[in-house]
Design a protein around this ligand. Structure first.
Ligand code: KIV
Length: 273
């Protein structure tokens, strides 16, 4: 059976098998309409905690709650039928202990319908990943630039510039692999380090501001659409400018309302022809 069966969602094992076979296409989705529009073109839809900034206008991803992440993931599940859907566990929901992580991750998986979860972290997270995977929770660790650590990093800064970075991150990635992670997301990391990590492990890597050598790529959908006017990161390519189309449409609507051109009889009920 093909990995891309028309009727069934791509599964977690299906994603693992894509390494070396086909590039994994991942985009973020936060709402049902967006999921409906992009689902057929993707392998994975990530309900990223970036929605804190993109949808709710927060300064960082730190303020979003697990309830909010679950509600948006439920919406994305309703709007998709093909892609594997992953939920991003929010700051503070898994770092305290592996038991806390299990409680919140089990709830997230059960209530949202997502197939897997993404957790930011390095060496300190390996034991938690092993604990969760052993209890049936598929996990994709997120390494490199970790937006939940924006204050510790002093901003959203590319990682992996230290001399021993490749050795360090290969070691951590191998430990995640041994712990049962089904893939690793690498964000904002210098290219040779992201490439070396990808080549060193048998599970797929998904890059964002990382390397073309990664087994897949992810971007924030609003960035590729030009729908997040506040900031476009260096690594995000704008494939179209929906933002401009939205602004033009609002201007045209405003003009027609003010000049009584809209609504017309065909937009009204009970008007004789
Ligand atoms: O929250 C998010 O959207 C992410 C991606 C940027 C990878 O973690």
């Amino acid at each position: 059976m093909s990995i891309h069966s028309a009727q069934k969602r791509i599964s977690i094992p299906g994603l693992r098998h894509m390494k070396g076979v086909a590039k994994i296409v991942m985009l973020t989705a936060y709402t049902k309409p967006m999921a409906q529009l992009i689902d057929e073109h993707c392998d994975v839809l990530l309900v990223g905690d970036s929605l804190a900034m993109v949808v709710y206008g927060m300064d960082s991803t730190l303020g979003v709650s697990l309830d909010t992440m679950i509600a948006h993931t439920q919406a994305v599940m309703r709007g998709s039928k093909h892609s594997c859907v992953l939920l991003d566990m929010p700051f503070g929901s898994y770092q305290e202990s592996k038991e806390q992580a299990y409680r919140n991750c089990a709830r997230a998986l059960a209530e949202s319908g997502a197939q897997g979860l993404k957790l930011e972290g390095g060496a300190e997270l390996v034991e938690t990943v092993e604990y969760l995977v052993a209890r049936g929770i598929p996990i994709m660790p997120h390494i490199g630039l970790m937006p939940q650590r924006v204050h510790e990093m002093g901003g959203f800064k590319a990682q992996g510039r230290e001399e021993d970075a490749a050795t360090k991150w290969i070691g951590i990635a191998k430990n995640f692999e041994a712990a049962g992670a089904f893939g690793i997301l690498i964000e904002g990391t210098v290219e040779p380090v992201a490439r070396a990590v990808t080549e060193a492990i048998k599970i797929p890597t998904i890059g964002i501001g990382a390397s073309p050598a990664c087994d897949g790529q992810v971007l924030v959908t609003e960035d590729i659409l030009g729908l997040f006017p506040d900031f476009t990161p260096k690594f995000a390519k704008r494939f179209t400018d929906v933002g401009l189309a939205v602004s033009d449409a609002a201007a045209a609507y405003a003009k027609e309302v003010r000049t009584n051109e809209f609504p017309r009889p065909e937009h009204c009920f009970g008007v004789r022809k």
